[in-house]
Design a protein. Sequence first.
Length: 108
Amino acid sequence: MKMHENPHEEIKYAYYKKVLFTSHALSQMNLTERMIMRDEVTETILDGDVIEEYLDDPRGKSYLICCDTKLGRTIHVVCAPKKDYLAIITAYIPKEEKWEADFRCRRK
């Protein structure tokens, strides 16, 4: 996947305008085995690394961000920067069987 010049700046720009969580994101964050806090999502957006981009997503371009949070967990957030807000599409804790040890590259 080809990365844009600096998608993280575009994401942060949208984030500082407004953040909207989809119902899917909230339901995933609130699963008993996850319980991902809003602060962890914020930390991931602001301090994480963009590891994948989905330019042809039917909902508009979106990005997967990974962060090792202050709480000691690795979090993945899929978000879509829009003109007036940042949409949080989902947030989850990546599974070892699907990701390399650093959780930044998918297993083949």
